[in-house]
Design a protein around this ligand. Structure first.
Ligand code: IPE
Ligand code: IPE
Ligand code: MG
Length: 253
C-alpha cells in the first residue's frame, strides 16, 4: 500500500508511465466543500436548497475528477463539528446522504470507483451505516479511482484514535521505536490512499476546519471564492492548472 511516508518529490506516476499524459496532475485531491448555505441565501432559498445543489456538484466533480485522471478524490461532507448545527439541517444533510448512497452506488460500481469513508461514520443512524458498509463492500474490489467521503470526520479525533491504537500496540509489546511517520500513516483513516497533493476549499474561507491536518503536511493549498454549488469541471480544471504551476520543494531547493 502507498504510504504517506513516501513524501519524496517524485513526480506523480513516475512509477506508472502512461497512466497520465502530464506529471502535474495531482494524484490525490481533497475538497472542503463549503458555501452551500451562502449559495442558498443569495437566492433567498432555504439552506437545504444549497445542500441539494451541493450534491449535484458532488456528482459533477466526482465524474470530472475521474476524467482528469485523479486517482483519489476526498470530499469533506460532514465534520465532527457539524453536529453543532440545528437538528433540522443535520436531518436534511443525512437525508441527502441517504439519497446519494442509494442512487450513486450503481454509477460508482459501473465506473469502477472504490468508495472509502473517513471519519467515525458508525455514529450515524443505523440504516445509514448499513448503506455505507454495503456500498463500500460492493466497490471494494473495483480497481478504478478512489472516492473517499469524510463523514463525521475530524482530524484531531482521527489522530487521537491513532495514538490510542499505537499505545495499545506498545502495551502489547511493540517497541516504542516502531512508532514513526509511516506507523502513524497506517493508523489513519486515509491508510492506503496516495499522499495528499492538493487541498481545495471553496467559498473564500481560508482555514482547514479540522480536515486532514496530518495528511496536509505537504499538500498544496488552494482557496477559491466559488461557492461549492457553483463548482464545476472547469473550476476543477483551473485548480489542477494552478497546482501544475506550483513548485513543490518538500524542504529541498
Ligand atoms: C458546506 O456548506 C456544507 C457542509 C458543511 C455540510 P455550508 O453549509 O457550510 O455553507 P455556508 O458556509 O453556510 O455557506
Ligand atoms: C467545513 O465547513 C466542513 C465541511 C465542508 C463538511 P464548515 O462550514 O462546517 O466550516 P467552518 O465552521 O466554517 O469552519
Ligand atoms: Mg460553511
Amino acid at each position: 500500500m502507498t504510504s504517506f511516508a513516501a513524501r519524496a518529490p517524485v513526480p506523480a506516476h513516475a512509477d506508472e508511465p502512461g497512466l497520465h499524459s502530464s506529471a502535474s496532475i495531482p494524484r490525490h485531491v481533497a475538497i472542503i466543500m463549503d458555501g452551500n448555505g451562502r449559495w442558498a441565501k443569495a437566492r433567498r432559498l432555504p439552506r437545504v436548497a444549497g445542500h441539494r445543489q451541493g450534491v449535484e456538484a458532488v456528482r459533477r466533480i466526482t465524474r470530472a475528477a475521474r476524467e482528469q485522471g485523479i486517482e483519489a478524490l476526498t470530499l469533506y461532507a460532514f465534520s465532527s463539528e457539524n453536529w453543532r448545527r440545528p437538528e433540522e439541517e443535520i436531518g436534511d444533510l443525512m437525508g441527502l446522504l441517504r439519497h446519494f448512497l442509494k442512487n450513486e452506488i450503481k454509477e460508482l460500481t459501473r465506473e469502477g470507483v472504490r468508495l472509502r469513508i473517513l471519519g467515525n461514520y458508525r455514529a450515524l443512524k443505523a440504516d445509514l451505516v448499513e448503506l455505507i458498509d454495503d456500498a463500500v463492500a460492493r466497490t471494494a474490489t473495483n480497481t478504478g479511482p478512489i472516492l473517499a467521503i469524510a463523514l463525521n470526520y475530524g482530524a484531531q479525533a482521527e489522530l487521537v484514535a491513532a495514538a490510542r491504537r499505537l499505545a495499545e500496540k506498545v502495551a502489547a509489546g511493540m517497541p516504542v521505536s516502531a512508532i514513526d511517520e509511516a506507523a502513524i500513516d497506517r493508523e489513519l483513516d486515509t491508510d492506503g490512499l496516495p499522499p495528499l497533493d492538493l487541498m481545495i476549499r471553496t467559498s473564500g474561507e481560508q482555514r482547514l476546519s479540522n480536515f486532514l491536518l496530518w495528511q496536509a503536511a505537504y499538500a498544496e493549498l488552494l482557496f477559491v471564492d466559488t461557492l461549492w454549488p457553483d463548482f464545476d469541471g472547469e473550476c476543477l480544471a483551473q485548480a489542477i492548472a494552478a497546482y501544475g504551476q506550483r513548485q513543490r520543494r518538500f524542504g529541498g531547493l
